[in-house]
Design a binder for this molecule. Structure first.
Ligand code: CO
Length: 428
């Protein structure tokens, strides 16, 4: 087996192997333990586990994960008021514990600036008004009877990874939940906003929508009309079921590829206007302070970004051999074109395999085999999107935003592996 591994072409320095390696089954089994005849006989023949001796339990009307999974896989929630000042509730997705590209509804991230409103779906509707020929009101029931679209998209908070923008040393035990947990992906079903706007008849000269949520702080954002006519929707289903309360039940605006805060939850009013409103959430928050004391407003599209989800610093490499390095890549501008992985801190790069289908404004999983023989390594990934944007290094990004901006942090992330297989979060 090891001879065969040695014949596999190296794709880059420090043990990165050709991305097609795992397609060759003989080598893909390199890390599987061979069973001996006595151990097979013991497993198959000698006695049965308790689960085979008595009938199992019944089922719940609404299924839940296994008890041990509920304990193992949890969001990390940040209560408000920490640090003695009012803050927003957050629930962050543990990507190092998940696989595939869809985030389970119970683990989808939330950032609730004023808590989660308790809304009766029978009493709720969204009103489209302002510069339209005919204002209209839509209930959930009415929206369900419009032609809907279903698409898979990521949702990322503008502040995702902002903890890494501070000019401080890297915390070696800081997990992916903390650094990249304000990111999730779902299959969203809803009515294209363009359908409803066309029905109301947008007047000439309209350029913006002022969209308000039904929460106690009336979260309000201005959305370019061009975006709404392109691919925004009023979402009512998430991964096949009605939205969860923390994700906007019973209806939310969803703007694919835009910073999460613009996808107004519990949406109740869409005011068509010729100008943006400069709300609290686009002046005191979600603006990007630059070096020259100027703030950028309406930086709405999320940049291209990727991160290795496995291995990560919550586990240790326990044996020498071939590992799969895997992670997620995405871009608010469209599709992921290419992901490259480095095992030597960015000196050399190899192209990773992309899981198909690669979808626009959606998480794309990448993978590449890596041979670890106990050598120290720094594992990194970088993405190129279809508009040819490339993920910056942390140094490049900080030189551009230097201690000011903390939204839209999309730099390359680094895992350091030492001789013993310990993994740490580092800046490299
Ligand atoms: Co922004």
């Amino acid at each position: 087996m090891s001879n065969e591994i040695n014949r596999v072409p190296h794709a880059a320095g420090n043990g990165l192997l050709d991305r097609r390696l795992f397609l060759r089954s003989a080598i893909a089994g390199a890390s599987t333990l061979a069973l001996t005849a006595p151990s097979i006989a013991q497993w198959v023949g000698e006695g049965q586990p308790a689960s085979m001796l008595t009938p199992g339990s019944g089922m719940e009307a609404y299924g839940l994960p296994a008890k041990s999974e509920l304990e193992r896989v949890k969001r990390w929630t940040i209560p408000p008021g920490s640090g003695g000042r009012p803050m927003s509730w957050g629930g962050l997705t543990p990507h190092h514990l998940l696989h595939g590209t869809i985030t389970p509804n119970g683990l989808h991230f939330e950032l609730n600036h004023q808590g989660i409103p308790d809304i009766d779906p029978q009493q709720h509707s969204v009103v489209i008004h302002g510069m339209v020929r005919q204002a209209a009101k839509y209930t959930v029931e009415q929206l369900e009877n419009y032609p809907t679209v279903t698409r898979q998209h990521f949702l990322e908070c503008a502040g995702n990874s902002s903890v890494l923008a501070a000019d401080k040393p890297a915390d070696p035990v800081m997990t992916l939940t903390r650094t990249h947990g304000l990111l999730s992906a779902s299959e969203w079903t809803g009515v294209p906003l363009a359908t409803l706007l066309d029905e109301c008849g947008v007047e000439k000269g309209a350029r913006w929508l002022v969209v308000e949520g039904g929460d106690s702080g009336s979260t309000t954002r201005s959305i370019p009309l061009s975006k709404a006519m392109d691919d925004s929707m009023i979402a009512i289903f998430q991964n096949g079921e009605r939205l969860r309360p923390g994700n906007g039940y019973p209806m939310r605006l969803f703007n694919p590829g835009y910073e999460g805060n613009t996808s107004i939850k519990w949406v109740r009013s869409i005011y068509v206007s010729d100008k943006p409103v400069h709300s609290r959430f686009e002046t005191s928050k979600y603006t990007d302070l630059m070096k020259d004391d100027v703030s950028l407003q309406f930086t709405l599209e999320m940049g291209c970004k990727s991160v290795i989800t496995r291995p990560s610093n919550t586990s240790k490499l326990s044996r020498h051999g071939v590992y799969e390095i895997t992670g997620l890549a995405w871009s608010g501008a469209g599709k992921v074109r290419k992901v490259e992985v480095s095992a030597d801190g960015g000196k050399t790069w190899a192209e990773a395999e992309l899981q198909v289908p690669v979808q626009s404004k959606m998480l794309t999983r990448f993978r590449i085999p890596w041979q670890w023989r106990g050598q120290p390594a720094v594992l990194q990934s970088r993405v190129y999107d279809e508009k040819n944007s490339c993920q910056p290094t942390r140094k490049e990004l900080l030189a551009a935003i230097g201690g000011y901006r903390h939204y839209h942090y999309n730099a390359i992330h680094s895992w350091s592996v030492d001789k013993s297989g310990e993994i740490s979060h580092v800046f490299a």
